[in-house]
Design a protein around this ligand. Structure first.
Ligand code: PEP
Length: 256
């Protein structure tokens, strides 16, 4: 995949929100109201809804993903879900390493790397989340943190290959998630340019075609300017993905 093939991706992370009735209604509204032609659209509902939503949006341009997977394919891991189970339920993508998982479940970048291999082995496209805390930003460590997270999460093991087709990176400053605050446009541009050039040291030619999403308080009111930044190839959207109108407005701002 070359940089010219970087079709924008707008992904909605519903987190732990959505019961059958409301979740299906929201997915249906997104599928019906999404601008066409437009960016690639992904909904990541809670695991309980992956299969129902995959069936509900079948035939539309909306794709469905999980919010996490276990590194093993099966076994004694109570409460966990394997990548293969997500595929079986109709998912094509999985979010890995979201800061809320790192915080709530102590996930580390080496954990993400193990999950990444499992996701790819099952045929899922993985969205790997990276981002700095406010303290790290204030200490001027943002770019170093991003490099360290990328290196520890993506360094290939054995013959496992990270490619532009099987992996997407989401830059999500932790302090911007759910807070209504975003970095300056310049800061987002610097972070994304850094991610792109650091990726080149890890995965060589694949770096040019890999999609880099920005996430953290993306709303209809700021989507256009964020999505216009060079090296921003889409958005990972939390809160605003729970309203079809807002999510579709953000998608409409993602120029192909
Ligand atoms: C997220 O949780 O990935 C996210 C970006 O959330 P929000 O859009 O609500 O900041």
């Amino acid at each position: 995949m070359s940089e010219h093939d970087r079709r924008p991706l707008v992904a909605g992370n519903w987190k732990m929100n959505g019961l059958q009735q409301d979740g299906l209604a929201l997915a249906r509204a997104v599928a019906n109201e999404m601008p066409k032609p437009g960016p690639e659209i992904l909904i990541c509902p809670p695991a309980t809804l992956v299969n129902a939503i995959a069936q509900c949006v079948e035939g539309s341009s909306v794709l469905v993903g999980g919010q996490d997977c276990h590194p093993a394919t099966s076994g004694a891991h109570t409460g966990d879900i394997s990548a293969e189970m997500l595929v079986d339920a109709g998912a094509t993508h999985v979010i890995l390493g979201h800061s809320e998982r790192r915080q709530d479940h102590g996930e580390t970048s080496p954990d993400i790397r193990a999950k990444l291999t499992a996701a790819h082995d099952a045929g899922l496209v993985a969205i790997v989340c990276i981002g700095e805390t406010l303290a790290e930003r204030d200490a001027g460590q943002t770019l170093d943190i991003l490099s360290a997270q990328l290196e520890a999460s993506l360094t290939p093991a054995g013959d496992h290959r990270v490619t532009a087709g099987n992996t997407v990176i989401a830059y999500e400053p932790i302090w911007a998630i759910g807070t209504g605050r975003t970095p300056s446009l310049d800061d987002v541009g610097v972070a994304h340019a850094h991610i792109r050039s650091f990726l080149a040291t890890l995965i060589a030619a694949e770096a040019g075609g890999m999609r880099l999403l920005y996430g953290g308080s993306v709303k209809p009111g700021n989507a256009e300017e964020l999505l216009a930044i060079a090296d921003v190839d889409g958005a990972l959207v939390g809160g605003a993905s729970l309203q079809a109108e807002d999510f579709c407005a953000i998608a409409a701002a993602a120029h192909s």
